[in-house]
Ligand binder design. Structure first.
Ligand code: RFL
Ligand code: PHB
Length: 390
């Protein structure tokens, strides 16, 4: 098989890249080791930056998002006894949208299947010859047939556990990592959200977050120790923890049937460069942020926007300048999001062994961000998304 761009991974990064390239008249083949059902049901992100929404819409995959996405003009920051709203449009003239990653992926899979080939359920993925001008993706398809996909460029969009990053020689890679001493236990529940905006709550027992997916589905998280087991958290225990950590006089947390429950460890990871020869990494394949800043999916989208433009200039005009600049351009934005995610995480979580001094520093920071317009504006512009050229 021969294509212009071989794309490994049918997550948001790989699928959106395929769409942007198809819109520019460039052929690609997407290969994915999971089933369609699995990738469409994987519950992850929920918050889209304004420019992510704009890009999906311009790419022609925003119809359902425009109908069903929920625009949010702020978030609440909370600590015991107080809840403060950060007003995004007033502070930075932008908003965010709540629309589940599952829905983004369904919309992109539908678009992809209309645009070109997408192989699900593949195995034995490998990337070879990336230092030549004929890089190849080799894999075994769902029928057990060994395939070689010959490309001009390969995009490694296969997430943190994928094979693409490993195709860059270890001696050329630099990795930066921070493993946080806590995890998030997340639930999805069939109950109307108890809040108009997301609530990020600091509490002596640990962080809690109230998010949502639709007018009838809530998404909530509590900070837990990374060694905790889902089995030890009955639905009642989760609801009790949420009610305690988000309690506010005059406000009640509605509970309902829990349809999903899982624990996610929190880490930050950056690997560079994001390019080796004709192989380009995008999204979680190159970087992970803790979810407190709601940045992971948006960063994946920002990477592929820059990469799609670079590949288009190469395919149409044989220009290599944008491909050469890709890693640096993307990495600058990655570090901004990494810092913001670390900052939100540090402000809102209780670390094991933290003492009253640490608590007071966090509470002081929360009060400052909630009352100083300039501090709030910094949170708002980072949360809603800095311009792609930052
Ligand atoms: P993905 O989504 O992991 O997709 C990679 C795809 O590659 C496939 N794959 C392979 N395919 C072929 N061969 C191989 N060898 C392969 N190995 C892997 C995988 O099956 C998969 O389909 O990466 P991508 O596309 O870079 O997208 C990144 C996002 O998924 C991720 O950053 C976000 O979900 C992070 N995230 C959030 N991001 C936000 O912007 N806003 C949020 O509110 C937000 N909340 C979250 C989150 C992530 C969370 N978890 C579970 C880590 C909340 C949580 C709890
Ligand atoms: C979510 O809705 O899953 C969500 C929202 C905000 C975050 C992280 C996750 O910061």
């Amino acid at each position: 098989m021969r294509t212009q761009v071989g794309i490994i991974g049918a997550g948001p990064a790989g699928l959106l890249l395929a769409r942007l390239l198809a819109n520019a008249g460039i052929d690609s083949v997407v290969v994915e080791n999971r089933s369609r059902e699995y990738v469409e049901a994987r519950i992850r992100a929920g918050v889209l930056e304004q420019q992510t929404v704009d890009l999906l819409t311009e790419a022609g995959v925003g119809d359902r998002l425009q109908r069903q996405g929920l625009r949010h003009d702020g978030i609440y920051l909370q600590w015991p006894g107080e809840r403060h709203r950060i007003d995004f449009p007033a502070l930075c003239d932008r908003s965010v949208w709540v629309y589940g990653q599952t829905e983004v992926v369904k919309d992109l899979v539908n678009a992809r299947l209309a645009d070109g080939p997408l192989f699900f359920d593949i195995s034995d993925t490998a990337v070879v010859d990336v230092e030549t001008d004929r890089p190849k993706v080799t894999f075994t398809d769902a029928d057990g047939v060994a395939r070689v996909l010959e490309c001009d460029v390969v995009a490694g969009c296969d997430g943190f556990h994928g094979v693409s990053r490993q195709a860059i020689p270890e001696a050329l890679r630099t990795t930066f990592e921070r493993v946080y001493p806590f995890a998030w236990l997340g639930i999805l529940a069939d109950v109307e959200p108890s809040t108009d905006e997301l609530i990020y709550a600091w509490h002596p027992d640990g962080f809690a977050l109230h998010s949502m997916r639709s007018p009838t589905v809530s998404r909530l998280y509590v900070q837990v120790d990374p060694s905790e087991k889902v089995e030890d958290w009955s639905d009642d225990r989760v609801w009790d923890a949420l009610a305690t950590r988000m309690a506010l006089p005059g406000w009640t947390l509605r509970s309902g049937p829990v349809t999903e429950k899982s624990i996610t460890p929190m880490r930050s990871f950056v690997s560079g460069p994001m390019r080796h020869g004709r192989l380009f990494l995008a999204g979680d394949a190159a970087h992970i942020v803790p979810p407190t800043g709601a940045k992971g999916l948006n960063l994946a989208v920002a990477d592929v926007k820059v990469l799609a433009e670079a590949i288009t200039a190469f395919a149409k005009e044989q220009r290599t300048d944008l491909l050469d600049a890709y890693s640096d351009t993307a990495t600058r934005r990655v570090w901004r999001a990494t810092h913001f995610s670390w900052w939100m995480t540090s402000m809102l979580h209780r670390s094991p062994g933290s003492d009253p001094f640490d608590d007071q520093l966090q509470l002081s920071q929360l009060r400052y961000v909630s009352t100083s317009e300039r501090a709030a504006a910094s949170l708002a512009e980072n949360y809603t998304g800095l311009p792609y050229t930052t």
